[in-house]
Design a binder for this molecule. Structure first.
Ligand code: AMP
Ligand code: GLY
Length: 414
C-alpha cells in the first residue's frame, strides 16, 4: 500500500516501524518526518497542517492511506480536506478532534453520553478560578482548555502554584478546574471507524519528569505495556462505558470519530474515570504498544479509515512485554537546550529507537533538536528483562545534559 504518515515524532517513527515490520512492501512516506524516520523511509518536506498541500501531494502520488500522527493537523482540519477529496485517512476531522482540542467540549460529550469522569468546571476569570479551587479543595487540578502538548495541566497541593498556573493560561483563554482523582493511570487506545471500536493493548505512561513522579508534567517520559495488574474485564468495561458511548455521541452530533480514540483513565476506588481524551495515538505509549501488535497495522487503520472495522477481528498482541524510556534534552520541559550531539546510537543492541527530535549533523552524527529526543524500547518475555535491556543500552547513548527516568516499569518488574 502507498501510505503517507504525517508527523515528526517518536510516535510517527513507531508507526512507520510497525508498518515496515509487516514486510509486505508498503511504499511509505513521512511528512515531514525526522532524521530517524528518514533513515527508514522516504520523507518529504510538507507542512502537515496544510490540508490543501497534503491533499495535492496525496493525489499526485496515488497515496492510498494517510495516517495523521499529531494533534495539530487534526485540529487544523486536514482530515476533512482529505476526505472531501476522496482520500482514505486515519484521523478525525476538525470537529471530532475537539474531543482533544477543547477540554470543555470533551466534558460536554462525556456528560451527554454518561461517560464517567471527574467533576469539573470552566473558569474564564481568576475570580472564577479561585472560587472553584476553594470549592474542589486540595490537591488542586487546573487545566488549560486548549492544546498544550501535555504541559497545560498542574496537579498540586500548593494553592499559590495552582493560581499562578490558572493566571498564566487564562491569558490564552479559559481554564478548567477539576476534582482530584486518585488511582492508577491507564492509557487505552481504541481504533474507531465512527461506529465500531477495536481496542489495542493497554499501556501506562509516566507523565512527570522525575523518578517517583517528582517534578513537572511532561508529554510523557516512558511507558510500558501490557498492564499485568489490570482487573479482569477492564478493556470491555472501557469499551462499554467509555468508548462506545463517546463514539455514538459524536456520530449523533454529526461529527463521526474516525481515527484513534485515546482514553486516558484513572482507576479510582469508585471505579474508572476518564481524565482526558486524545484524538490520536499517545506518545510514548505508541512506542510500547505497536511493537507488541501481531495484527498488521495497515489493515486495521485502513479498515477504520474506510468504515469497515466491524469486519475486523480484535487486534492480537504478543505476550511479550515492552518497556520504553524517553531521553530528553537538558532543560525539558521548560526550555530544552537543543543542538547537542547524540552519539552511541550505532552501538545499540536488542532495542529499537524511535526518534523524535533529531537531525543529522554535518559530521554524520545526530543532534538533538527539541525536548523529547528519542525513545529506547525493548521487548522481552518479562519486565525485568525488558527493563534491564533498555537501561543497559541507554548507558551507551551520550547526550550532554540528557535526562531520563530510571524507574519506568519498575513497579511491574519485581
Ligand atoms: P491531562 O493532560 O488531562 O491528561 O493531564 C495530565 C496528567 O495530569 C494526567 O496524566 C494525570 O497524571 C494528571 N491529572 C489530570 N487530571 C487529573 C485529575 N483530575 N486528578 C488527578 N490527576 C490528574
Ligand atoms: N502520553 C500522553 C499523550 O500522548 O498525550
Amino acid at each position: 500500500m502507498r501510505i503517507l504518515v504525517l508527523g515528526s515524532g517518536a510516535r510517527e517513527h513507531a508507526i512507520v516501524t510497525a508498518l515496515l515490520s509487516e514486510n509486505v512492501g508498503h511504499e511509505i512516506t513521512a511528512a515531514p518526518g525526522n532524521a530517524g524516520i528518514a533513515a527508514d523511509v522516504a520523507v518529504v518536506a510538507l507542512d502537515p497542517t496544510n490540508g490543501a498541500v497534503v491533499a495535492e501531494y496525496s493525489i499526485e502520488n496515488d497515496i492510498e492511506l494517510v495516517i495523521i500522527g499529531p494533534e495539530a493537523p487534526l485540529v487544523a482540519g486536514v482530515a476533512d480536506e482529505l476526505r472531501q477529496r476522496g482520500i482514505a485517512v486515519f484521523g478525525p476531522g476538525k470537529a471530532a478532534a475537539q474531543l482533544e482540542g477543547s477540554k470543555t467540549f470533551a466534558k460536554y460529550i462525556m456528560e451527554t453520553a454518561g461517560v464517567p469522569t471527574g467533576r469539573a468546571d470552566r473558569a474564564g476569570t481568576i475570580e472564577d478560578a479561585i472560587a472553584l479551587l476553594d470549592e474542589f479543595g486540595a490537591p488542586y487540578v487546573v487545566k488549560a482548555d486548549g492544546l498544550a502538548a501535555g504541559k497545560g495541566v498542574i496537579v498540586t497541593s500548593d494553592r499559590d502554584a495552582a493560581l499562578e498556573h490558572a493566571r498564566h493560561y487564562l491569558q490564552q483563554g479559559s481554564v478548567l478546574v477539576e476534582e482530584f482523582l486518585d488511582g492508577q493511570e491507564v492509557s487505552l487506545f481504541l481504533l474507531s471507524d465512527g461506529h465500531t471500536v477495536l481496542p489495542l493493548s493497554p499501556a501506562q505512561d509516566y507523565k512527570r519528569l522525575g523518578d517517583d513522579d517528582a517534578g513537572p508534567n511532561t508529554g510523557g517520559m516512558g511507558a510500558y505495556s501490557p498492564l499485568p495488574w489490570l482487573p479482569d474485564g477492564f478493556v470491555d468495561e472501557v469499551i462499554d462505558r467509555v468508548a462506545l458511548p463517546t463514539v455514538r455521541q459524536l456520530a449523533q452530533e454529526q461529527t463521526p470519530f474516525i481515527g484513534l480514540l485515546y482514553c486516558g483513565l484513572i482507576i479510582t476506588a469508585d471505579g474508572i474515570r476518564v481524565i482526558e481524551f486524545n484524538a490520536r495515538f499517545g506518545d510514548p505509549e505508541t512506542q510500547v504498544v505497536l511493537p507488541r501488535l501481531l495484527t498488521p497495522l495497515s489493515g486495521l487503520l485502513y479498515a477504520a479509515a474506510t468504515g469497515r472495522l466491524s469486519e475486523q477481528p480484535r487486534p492480537e498482541f504478543t505476550t511479550d512485554v515492552a518497556v520504553g524510556v524517553v531521553l530528553a534534552s537538558e532543560g525539558y520541559p521548560e526550555e530544552p537546550i537543543t543542538g547537542r550531539a547524540i552519539t552511541g546510537l550505532d552501538r545499540l543492541e536488542g532495542v529499537t529507537v524511535a526518534h523524535a527530535a533529531t537531525a543529522h549533523a554535518a559530521d554524520g552524527h545526530f543532534v538533538a533538536t527539541g525536548g523529547r529526543v528519542l525513545t529506547v524500547v525493548a521487548t522481552a518475555p518479562d519486565f525485568a528483562e525488558a527493563r534491564a535491556t533498555v537501561y543497559r543500552e541507554l548507558q551507551k547513548i551520550s547526550l550532554e545534559g540528557g535526562q531520563f527516568r530510571t524507574d519506568i516499569a519498575a513497579r511491574v518488574a519485581r
